[in-house]
Design a protein around this ligand. Structure first.
Ligand SMILES: Cc1ncc(COP(=O)(O)O)c(C=O)c1O
Length: 375
């Protein structure tokens, strides 16, 4: 059996380069020429696997998509310009005015802001529930629900919902389960096997390989019958299991224009090759730092799912194969002490990101969540 590491290094082994280059070529071009008008017609109709315009497809971006697909059991993938673009494209393809999504308030700050401040005024209802209570999730779902959305490990709350229980609720209620797997990546959490319909990832984080570039991916795990989705039912007759991906490629993703730059796709394909090694290393480092902080008299609370004191160590262990990722949080007495500690650090950088190769620190309340009240 091919291991995750082997697939990470070799990818989908798509077309060999004519010069034998082991690193795929970077097609930093907007447009692609065709031999004749018929070829252009077929390409625009999606009937010929050729490229026309980089906002829609690009060979370097396709290589990256196929590499991710190989790591996700061949699931169809669309790469986009950022993690936020992955989330917004997914919601714009499935939801709409007068519909709702069931989610949790424990989300990455900009995701919550996208839902409540950007999409809610366009008529999307946001139903916030406790993702650790599958029956509460089930009760919140009604005829207008277009998806259940959660994070495999919440950032920065580090909560871990039972993904299999959520997927069973969604299957029973016939709504797609969408998981933001940024913090765990397909290496630590196999979203498809857990029953998720769609996985979105900010590839800016672990995948980019050391904080090189912003990007995102959308993966359709083929766990959902799209004829059950009101916005895709008609399309399913023509495209079958590709209804969601074709809706993005031929309409939503194309029209929104948040495409991944070829150069970023090239960097991120390189990043994929070392994904598992970098995650293993940052997981081991985070656990060591978490244990140190957990025993420190001036630290009030340390949260890392690898600690026995975390709310869900057993669930996290089972769901993520005994590895817990590279984020940890801790509380000091007050904001002043947090700022003093942050300002005193010499090696650790005051910066926002997850999995730069360097360790980073941030005070979430005064930065990522600064548009929200204390509550
Ligand atoms: C869980 C999660 N989802 C989405 C995003 C957004 O990703 P991007 O910055 O690539 O848009 C982030 C960014 O930190 C994140 O942590």
């Amino acid at each position: 059996m091919t291991t995750f590491s082997t697939t990470a290094v070799h990818g989908a082994v798509v077309g060999r380069d004519i010069h034998g280059s082991l690193r795929g070529p970077l097609y930093d071009s907007v447009s692609f020429a065709h031999p004749d008008a018929r070829s252009m017609e077929l390409t625009f109709a999606g009937k010929k696997p050729a490229h026309a315009y980089t906002r829609i497809t690009n060979p370097t971006v396709s290589d990256f998509e196929q590499h991710i697909s190989a790591m996700c059991h061949g699931a169809p993938v669309i790469a986009v310009s950022s993690g936020m673009a992955a989330i917004s494209n997914t919601i714009l393809a499935l939801g709409g005015a007068g519909t709702n999504i069931v989610t949790s308030r424990k989300l990455f700050g900009n995701t919550l802001s996208l839902f409540e401040k950007t999409l809610h005024p366009w008529g999307l209802e946001i139903r916030c529930v406790d993702m650790n209570n599958p029956e509460e999730v089930a009760t919140a779902i009604n005829a207008g629900t277009r998806m259940v959305f959660f994070e495999s490990m919440t950032n920065p709350g580090l909560e871990v919902a039972d993904a299999t229980a959520l997927s069973l609720v969604c299957r029973r209620k016939k709504v797609p389960l969408v998981v933001d797997n940024t913090v765990m990546t397909p290496y630590l959490f196999d979203a498809g096997r857990a029953g998720a319909a769609i996985e979105v990832i900010s590839s800016t984080k672990y995948i980019s390989g050391g904080g090189t570039s912003v990007g995102g991916v959308i993966i359709d795990h083929r766990n959902f019958d799209w004829s059950q989705s009101p916005r895709l039912a008609a399309r399913t007759k023509k495209y079958g299991p590709m209804a969601f991906i074709s809706k993005l490629r031929q309409e939503v993703y194309r029209n929104i224009g948040a495409c991944l730059a070829p150069h970023n796709a090239w960097l991120q394909t390189l990043g994929l090759e070392t994904l598992d090694m970098r995650i293993d290393k940052s997981t081991a480092n985070a656990l060591a730092v978490a244990r140190f902080l957990d025993n420190h008299p001036r630290v009030r609370r340390t949260d890392y799912p690898g600690l026995e004191s975390s709310p869900h160590p057993l669930r996290a262990k089972a769901q993520f194969n005994g590895r817990f990722g590279g984020i940890l949080t801790f509380d000091l007495a007050d904001r002043d002490q947090c700022f003093r500690l942050i300002d005193a650090l010499e090696l650790i950088r005051r910066a926002t990101n997850i999995n730069d190769n360097k360790t980073l620190i941030i005070h979430p309340a005064s930065t990522i969540f600064n548009e929200y009240s204390g509550e």
